[in-house]
Design a protein around this ligand. Structure first.
Ligand SMILES: [Zn+2]
Length: 435
């Protein structure tokens, strides 16, 4: 029998320990009461998540319940015209949007931008005063503060909540034990200053030990007892940052000089795994207040975020999203004038890579092993251990190949076959995901 791990109430609801908005892996348990579930979500979690919208979109996470693409606020620059502060989910948001028109200023005049059909329906607009914009160099620009993302009060509170709930989950603690956990519970419930409990690890040893284990988009967690006698949880967030969360005082310092830890990994594509690693030396990971760490190592975190945005983490979920976009483009491409430029989204690298991976998968259809995951299959086909990198030059070359297929009239058929095969993979994995 469980009771609420914050208050011992038995009016229980299921808690998303790591919010579904932040991972593809399902980590849930029915051990938080309705009141406290609502409290954590409404007071800080949803704000912390909203701050991360742009990066969640890059990772291919979808909107909590609806499964729709995540929208974020950005400035769009199309053909020299800036459309400020619009909610978009990518470059195609503007011209694929059949509902919205966007107003902007150009050369001191007000202009409306949007889908041509939608524009024509607008009063006072006639074909004569519609101009076609060149979409090829559309820029989506987002501004954010790294400190706001990772060191805000809301974020640190969210981290404390994840750490405490995960700790209870992995130690099978099924009720609130005030003698031990009063402090951390008070911290999550906003009765204590969060900076006393959550810091950022700035310890090169940890980074080194886990650099090949924690990867972009995943969450890694482990617990340990420090030389100071406290028990901590370390949480690696998206392969970017290590948080250290003080869970409780054991009053028993750990003097071991060789330590082993059980690391739990929750990947963006839903996979869960467990791995062991060890460190030599005192049991202590150096940390500092979050805001201070963000200022001191701003460049490090900025470059990791840049990597996260540039790298398409080809999880099954992300691939599904890319394929769904491609599917829409294909319905347009099927009709005259069979617009190749639009199909490859005006030479968008992401689109070209999507078609590349799709046709590559199709080429390996006979060797695809359904009992292995999508990522394992990709890795073995591409013969890589870590990240598949495609250069701009390689993409240009592939584009020429696609153009040949287009001109010979075989491109449509190949892509459609590829999509059918991908759908088969997707359905198979979805029906086999373990809770
Ligand atoms: Zn409660």
């Amino acid at each position: 029998m469980c009771r609420c791990i914050y208050c011992n109430s038995d009016d229980l609801s299921v808690s998303d320990i790591i919010s579904y908005a932040l991972t593809g892996a399902k980590v849930t348990k029915k051990f938080v009461c309705h009141e406290h579930n609502a409290f954590t979500n409404e007071n800080f979690e949803r704000f912390a998540i909203a701050n991360l919208d742009f990066f969640r979109n890059s990772l291919g996470l979808s909107e909590r319940r609806s499964g729709k693409d995540i929208k974020y606020r950005a400035n769009l620059v199309i053909d020299g015209i800036t459309i400020p502060n619009v909610a978009v989910s990518g470059r195609t948001s503007i011209y694929e949007d059949k509902k919205r028109l966007f107003s902007a200023e150009h050369d001191g005049k007000k202009v409306l931008i949007g889908n041509v059909d939608k524009l024509k329906q607008k009063k006072g607009v006639c074909a004569g005063n519609i101009d076609t914009l060149d979409m090829s160099d559309t820029v989506v620009s987002v501004t954010f503060s790294i400190e706001q993302l990772f060191a805000s009060d809301e974020m640190l509170r969210t981290i404390a909540k994840i750490a405490y709930e995960w700790y209870c989950y992995s130690n099978k603690i099924n009720s609130f034990i005030p003698e031990i956990y009063q402090d951390i519970v008070d911290c999550v419930l906003m009765k204590r200053n969060v900076t006393e409990f959550v810091e950022i690890v700035v310890d090169g040893n940890l980074d080194y030990a886990l650099k090949d284990i924690c990867y972009l988009g995943s969450h890694g967690l482990f617990e340990y007892v420090d030389i100071d006698g406290y028990k901590y949880v370390i949480l690696n967030f998206w392969g970017i940052i290590y948080y250290k969360i003080r869970i409780c005082n054991l009053n028993s310092p750990n003097f071991n000089l060789a330590n082993y830890y059980n690391l739990f990994l929750y990947a963006i594509d839903g996979e869960k795994s467990e791995t062991c690693f060890g460190t030599m030396g005192k049991s202590n990971f150096i940390s500092m207040p979050a805001k201070q760490a963000m200022q001191k190592f701003n460049k490090v975190y900025a470059s990791k975020l840049e990597q996260l945005v540039k790298t398409t983490v080809l999880s099954l979920a992300k691939m599904k999203e890319l394929i769904d976009e491609l599917r829409k483009a294909i319905t347009i491409y099927k009709q005259p004038p069979y617009d190749f430029a639009r199909l490859v989204e005006y030479e968008c690298n992401e689109r070209i890579t999507t078609i590349h991976v799709l046709l590559f998968l199709l080429g390996h259809e006979e060797n695809y092993i359904f009992s292995s995951s999508f990522n394992e299959n990709l890795k073995s086909f591409y013969k890589i251990d870590d990240t598949l990198t495609v250069t701009v030059e390689e993409n240009k070359e592939y584009l020429r190949y696609l153009l040949q297929l287009h001109e010979s009239g075989t491109l449509l058929n190949s892509i459609e076959e590829g999509i059918t095969f991908f759908d088969k993979i997707y359905l198979y994995e979805k029906s086999n995901i373990k809770d």
